[in-house]
Design a protein around this ligand. Sequence first.
Ligand code: ADP
Ligand code: MG
Length: 729
Amino acid sequence: MAVTMQTPLSRVLGPKTAKGMAEQLGLETVRDLLRHYPRRYARRGEQADLADVRVGDRVTVLAQVRSVTTRPMRQKKGSLTEVVVGDGSGRMKLVFFNHRHTALKVNAWGMFAGTVGEYRGEKQFAHPDMHLLDSADDDTDWARALVPIYPASKDVSSWVIQKSVKMLLGAGGGFAELVDDPLPDEMRSRHGLLSLAAALLDIHRPTTPEDVERAAHRLKWDEALTLQLTLAARRRAAALEPGIRRPRKAGGLLDAVDAALPFSLTEGQRDVGEELAAELDRDQPMHRLLQGEVGSGKTVVALRAMAQVVDSGGQAALLAPTEVLAAQHARGIRALLGPLGRAGELDGDPAGTRVTLLTGSLKAAAKRQARAEVADGRAGIVIGTHALLQEGVEFADLGLVVVDEQHRFGVEQRDALRAKGSRTPHVLVMTATPIPRTVAMTVYGDLEISTLRQLPSGRGGVGSSVVPLSDKPAWLDRAWERLREEVAAGRQAYVVCPRIGDEAGADDEPEDVDGAPDDGPQSDRRPPLAVLDIAEILRTGPLAGLRLDVLHGRLTPEDKDARMRAFAAGEIDVLVATTVVEVGVDVPNATVMVVMDADRFGVSQLHQLRGRVARGKHAGLCLLVSEAKLASPTGQRLAAVAATSDGFELARLDLETRREGDVLGAAQSGRRSGIKLLSLLEDEELIATARAEATALLDTERGLADFPGLAAEVAALATDERAEWLEKA
Ligand code: ADP
Ligand code: MG
């Protein structure tokens, strides 16, 4: 039987190995195994891995035996053997009980794998798996310059994978035939890429680092192209759906909004506005992402688009990630529209519409009333949270869906709302923060993109500093003084903490501290500071006498809304809050933000938080309080946030500090994935080129019809469990 890429591994490998690969690594077919690339390459004698391994890690190392000592155990019968192995830079102890490995001699080379443990402060492997290099062995793998180290699992070691791959690659010299190259020859030669067979040979059995690099480049191409083909297909499918034109009409709500705005639009707001106005006037549904700096004024851009849709007889829905934000939007839009937003009420203007708020916390009667307004079309502008997605909410004629602060919503939810229109409504998605270009081309790759780069003029700007408690403890007192000075000048302040506090343990979870880098096990760290504790300390201490209140997710929605309203009305000086204030909250009189335990937040999150102050004409101040030493990586990360207000730069930094897997589902040991090598940080050019190629390919009449290999790759990515990230952007 001829082996092909689709051959199940159980036909070509031993049953135990095949089972382990399938169950622990998700490798089912020859293709899966050949696409299971080495994590890295070891070189005898010159690697730093032993110095870097961390307790608890499961690792494979290549090292040489330095010493072997066996002694009887003190308490029990039997013997204990300690073997010290080393490489160029580190040493590590292996421990065996009743050891009988006669080949484990000083100077022998081998690979050792296991979970790193610790004994009396020294790292060690207890009973590691190992594979010794027999000097008489003419297995040239060991003599090769680079030894591939694979993502392995408990029962499938790196060297078992190495052997299995070698067997497949050597399969009767017919290997090159078994590999069908999905890339069109013409495209390959245009971009100077290796054939798939050559790339697979080189990634698994390289002689030089250059071999690895060229092979990886080619294999990344496969990933990038497949991904971009998938996204291009989505864009095309969306463009083919029938939509309804919502042309601009003079003398309606939009004109009223423009007349009521207390400021003039920035150039960017005007340009994007035109873009949206034109796109709403097409019978292809708009599918667009609006990204912009925090405070760049995305809301008003969205509102103007919504007004245009209402003017042409449709309804517009605005989906917000939190109730606080939904209520704020409703308040702001009602205030702006005045009588035009109260059609049907006593003082309403019959030429206007209704602004209806629909959130989960509405009382049953109010909810029924709101649903009725949505269903019969009286509500032209509908604002809500997830509750809008629920069954039972029907629109009379949904023309536009605006999703605010997209990172809290997935594609599925967007789709659920779109499905509420009888014809596909136009969709505008707004991100909370700017996103790097590679993320725009991948995670948001099915959307067209508009960008607001400019902030409205006349903003005071925010000065940021780190308050490093371990280096400069006195600075904290100064921070509270500054806050008091601002309040004395009539301004307001936020104090943000990672946790609510005072809970019965179980739900003592940080509220949405997402994006914070993974610092490994944190058992040795004290719990994060809590809103309730800090509020108490401030009230009785440094901020005594100020009007101080708390805001967090455990309050009832009415309570949250009431406090937010009181803060907006200037009745509260200092709001001690969790990240519920992170997205969108807009109180222009607030000028100070103090973030406690700032190191517990991610870079983009800090930027978002900071965006809550200096939204009016007064200059703002953001203080990042942390116990991290300024010189530590964490301290440096905070310093970087303090040093720049460029959201694009920070988004990139964020990408660097969080594991990329969070974004693209990359390289976590073992699981099956279509995206393994491609990096959002390093492969910008490649991704852009692949995007252009994919778009061009799908724009031809026959599409992928002549490229069954590519079509198969696209199909494989779609069924890949990791394609999940496409759904949960
Ligand atoms: P974001 O883009 O972060 O969602 P918002 O839409 O909440 O920002 O706007 C931030 C603040 O700027 C709001 O108070 C809004 O009224 C104000 N604003 C928006 N556009 C302008 C403008 N062109 N000139 C002055 N202020 C503006
Ligand atoms: Mg906003």
